[in-house]
Design a protein around this ligand. Structure first.
Ligand SMILES: [Zn+2]
Length: 479
């Protein structure tokens, strides 16, 4: 395939130079790869190398170049950073990975309160993406047509070359149809040749019915093969499927992909048990597109280095977190992918643990830098969202999705955990308190409530972004 080879060269050159891509080349390359896979069964030797990292020395030079271009561009063309660089008196051209700390990190509330100040003067804004706002007021991020197209094309390449998506597959999204991820996947999945079904976060019974219903489409598997959802919506589906007696044999699923919230071991195991398919956990966020991470078989979160500059900063001092310490993922998406809403050192607020220095990566993704999985936020005395969710989701008597609140009472033993249960009983709270003690969690007590409205603070999960349909399905398996 001569054209593929030439296009790969052009694409590789764009990646190496850190300059913008030619959208036409990227789209045509995705088309070529799809056609090659359809004709020969694979993209050919070395095709996967297009998306993998070159040797560390080359990589280091690339990172410096990409970072320099990104910082210079932001300082010249983005109002927020133009004022910032004037104020701090730092020469943008001098910034390297070693001196990046000379740029103050960008807090989330700066972008949230003045989104237009982060849009480049030279940009051609085409589409606004709003974050869901489950953790606060929504944030607006503008994207240009170039950004959307290049993300779609590279997304299609990754789906084909890394995730193994093929034209026989059918991919269903149960994420909110207002999200940018829904728009991007709605274009990149078909570009990879697969079928795309935007189900949305509807009544879980409706989603199960759609997953189970045969489709009779030419060239496609009989049922939906891939499901993409947030962990809380997956939890809602698992709960409904267990109640209504669905089993893996009712579905044609091959893989489940989740992201946007914490996936616990407990929920992953329960979903695997029910659907008998692997559950792939990923990390992404509207503000930092196209930077995205993936969890490996050893439970690291791997974040590739060629899409943005990744740091882990102490949540209080905003200095680099030490090996073994917890810090906030802080991301600078590179200019080649982001020319509209420009962000330098954006503090995501999502906590991870820096891997201990002695830990050698022995997993299938060892070439890509890694941290721990996302721990969420710290609630109370060193207690993370993941700690609480692992505790609660391991208890099958509690309803899914899990709802809880942490209340600081001044007790030296730690805060009180309020949890929504279907039936509050002394036995259940004693069992949970026993596990709190076994895990040595800093909590002074567990209080069960039967109505979410009785939690001291509201517990919002993405599964609550429910979309209505006129399609209703009675309780129980309909197949
Ligand atoms: Zn790993």
């Amino acid at each position: 395939m001569l054209s593929t080879g030439l296009r790969q060269l052009g694409f590789a050159w764009s990646m190496l130079s850190g300059r913008g891509f030619r959208v036409r080349d990227a789209m045509a390359l995705a088309d070529d790869v799809r056609a090659t896979i359809e004709e020969f069964g694979s993209a050919g030797d070395g095709a996967g190398d297009m998306l993998s990292a070159p040797d560390p020395e080359v990589q280091d030079g690339l990172t410096r170049r990409r970072l320099r271009r990104t910082v210079r561009n932001a300082a010249r063309h983005t109002p927020y950073y133009r004022h910032l660089f004037e104020r701090i008196g730092v020469d943008p051209a001098s910034v390297t990975p070693d001196t990046i700390a000379s740029i103050p990190p960008t807090p989330k509330n700066a972008l949230r309160s003045m989104p237009a100040a982060f849009v480049s003067d030279r940009a051609r804004p085409a589409m606004a993406a709003q974050t869901t706002g489950t953790t606060g007021i929504p944030t607006t991020v503008w994207f240009s047509q170039y950004e959307l197209d290049i993300t779609v094309a590279t997304g299609a390449l990754a789906l084909m070359l890394t995730a193994g998506l093929r034209s026989e597959h059918v991919w269903a999204n149960c994420i909110t149809t207002r999200s940018i991820a829904q728009y991007l996947e709605g274009r990149s999945v078909p570009m990879a040749g697969a079928g795309y079904v935007p189900i949305g976060p509807v009544d879980p019974r409706v989603a199960l019915d759609r997953l189970a219903t045969p489709m009779h489409l030419p060239g496609k598997r009989p049922q939906i093969t891939h499901l993409n959802a947030t962990p809380s919506y997956l939890a809602a589906i698992v709960q409904e499927a267990e109640r209504d007696g669905w089993t893996a044999a009712d579905f044609g699923l091959q893989e489940i992909h989740v992201g946007g919230e914490i996936l616990t071991d407990a929920l992953r195991d329960r979903a695997r048990e029910l659907f008998n398919v692997p559950v792939t956990d990923g990390y992404s966020m509207t503000e930092i597109i196209p930077v995205a991470g993936q969890v490996c078989a050893h439970d690291h979160l791997h974040l590739p280095v060629d899409l943005g500059y990744v740091e882990v900063l102490d949540p209080v001092t905003l200095e680099p977190a030490a090996p073994g310490a917890v810090g906030s993922l802080t991301i600078t998406p590179f200019l080649s992918y982001r020319d509209t809403t420009t962000l330098l050192r954006y503090v995501t607020g999502d906590l991870v643990r820096v891997l201990p220095e002695a830990e050698k990566l022995g997993c299938e993704m060892a070439a890509v830098p890694a941290t721990s999985r996302i721990l969420g936020r710290v609630t109370g005395s060193d207690l993370t969202t993941r700690d609480v969710l692992e505790l609660l989701q391991a208890e099958r008597a509690l309803p899914l999705p899990t709802r809880y609140a942490i209340e600081e009472t001044g007790d030296p033993g730690g805060p009180v955990l309020h949890v929504v249960a279907e039936r509050a009983s002394r036995t259940l709270s004693a069992r949970l308190e026993g596990r709190v003690a076994d895990l040595a969690l800093p909590l002074s007590g567990v209080v069960l409530v039967e109505d979410p409205a009785d939690l001291p603070t509201p517990c919002r999960v993405r599964a609550d972004l429910r979309e209505h349909t006129f399609h209703t399905v009675p309780a129980g398996r309909s197949a």
